[in-house]
Design a protein around this ligand. Structure first.
Ligand code: SF4
Length: 423
């Protein structure tokens, strides 16, 4: 893949698979849907006006009355597991929390300004939030698309929330194992009795309540030698095939594999930079073989997915995804709300220099716009994200090219509606 803007701009109109990008990560295509395109146009026009004003030495225009189109929302930093491979370890179980009414006011204001989707995720286990079920209902009443990433320990809450989800919504459980033993050693649940069998036993019940809700089995692939600080990672490559069989039997719609990421000293998430090329190739060969076996054994209708990070790791071109434009445009289109504050990106969750504002930033839209314009100007992604295999890499270059192009932007959306507003 070309890392420069021309290559990606040209590619943005093409087929996701041909570029090695998983369809759900083809954000440039998503942004060309009629439901999202007008906000992209507003943003690109503002960036053009901003750059013209800066070149002319005149006052910069205000950011238009926009909110991010999609957010990652950490409902809590609390977690009832102690996973060896947890990327958010340093921010877990802080005492800081959301005030539910303030959080709802923020979401309501964002929805009025263009927010279309919310991913309830962590920094923590979302189902531990005391009002989890009613919060899902609240988001659906605002006509938002809603997704949940959960550790599976409180599937009773997912079952209670199941009636509120609509087509396009999804719940993905981070399970990462094929056997009870490896699952327990990787996740260290606070419950002494919980098993992977028990977690998977909920899936048919949830599906029975709402067949439209897509249910995913997430598998972060770990290999010997990986670590989180001083903690050695339990290897699970050898359970990839068993996990796929288990997921299919349990009634999941798909299994999605992704590689383990390590958080660097500066807070960014990266793929095993310490391994030698030879070691990495041996790991990749094992992953490839297990992935092929899992695919070969999968019956029709059940999907075996490789995340974009995994595809680029196997293709050997992951470094291409570390070349970002100076301005990360995704900071406007997608943000991360946590009890610790509002951040510009999931890859920099909890990191001070990536903080856009406080946890209630969007309760006061004018201040939020001002803060967003500020971070767009000061956060140099070409430097701060140079070690990150960024899933938004192609999209950022595509937006950058739209800004630099002189042609007027069409009001009519270039793409068809896909009903997928998650960024
Ligand atoms: S360039 Fe990528 S990694 Fe960096 S802030 Fe933007 S989206 Fe996140």
């Amino acid at each position: 893949m070309n890392s420069g803007p021309g290559g990606d701009n040209a590619a943005a109109g093409g087929n996701a698979a041909s570029r090695g990008v998983e369809v759900v990560h083809d954000f440039a295509q998503k942004l060309q849907q009629p439901s999202l395109w007008p906000r992209v146009v507003d943003y690109v026009r503002w960036q053009r006006a901003l750059r013209e004003a800066e070149a002319a030495g005149v006052q910069a225009p205000d950011l238009p009355d926009l909110a991010p189109l999609s957010i990652n929302l950490d409902l809590t930093t609390a977690c009832n597991y102690a996973c060896d491979h947890c990327i958010d370890w340093d921010i877990l179980n802080s005492k800081v929390r959301h005030e539910d009414d303030e959080l709802r006011a923020s979401i309501e204001r964002m929805a009025a300004r263009g927010l279309r989707s919310v991913i309830l995720i962590g920094g923590g286990e979302p189902t531990l939030y005391p009002g989890f079920v009613s919060f899902v209902e609240f988001c659906k009443q605002l006509a938002l698309q809603v997704a949940v990433v959960s550790n599976g320990s409180r599937n009773d809450r997912i079952l209670q929330a199941a009636p509120f989800f609509t087509a396009g919504d999804w719940v993905r459980l981070s399970l990462d194992a094929g056997s009870n033993d490896v699952w327990r050693r990787m996740h260290n649940p606070s419950s002494k009795t919980l098993t992977l069998d028990e977690i998977c036993g909920w899936i048919h019940k949830i599906k029975a309540v709402n067949p439209a809700l897509q249910l995913g089995f997430s598998f972060v692939i770990t290999w010997r030698g990986g670590s989180r600080g001083d903690v050695k990672i339990v290897e699970n490559i050898h359970e990839m095939v068993a996990a796929a069989a288990r997921a299919q039997e349990a009634g999941f719609d798909y299994i999605s594999y992704k590689p383990f990421l390590e958080r660097q000293a500066d807070g960014s998430e990266v793929m095993d930079p310490a391994k030698t090329e030879q070691e990495l190739q041996a790991v990749i060969a094992r992953i490839q073989q297990n992935l092929e076996e899992a695919r070969a054994a999968a019956p029709g209708g059940f999907r075996v997915l490789a995340s974009t990070n995994l595809r680029v790791l196997m293709a050997g071109n992951w470094r291409d995804f570390t070349h970002q434009p100076k301005t990360c445009h995704m900071q406007m289109l997608r943000q991360v709300l946590t009890p610790l504050g509002t951040f510009n990106c999931p890859a920099h969750r909890g990191v001070e220099k990536a903080q856009v504002g406080g946890k209630d930033l969007w309760a006061v839209p004018a201040a939020a716009q001002h803060a967003t314009a500020g971070i767009l100007g000061r956060f140099d992604a070409s430097v701060e994200c140079r070690e990150v295999t960024c899933l938004y890499h192609g999209t950022n270059w595509w937006v950058e090219e739209l800004i630099k192009a002189s042609a007027p932007l069409p009001d009519e959306a270039p793409g068809a509606e896909r009903g997928d507003w998650f960024l």
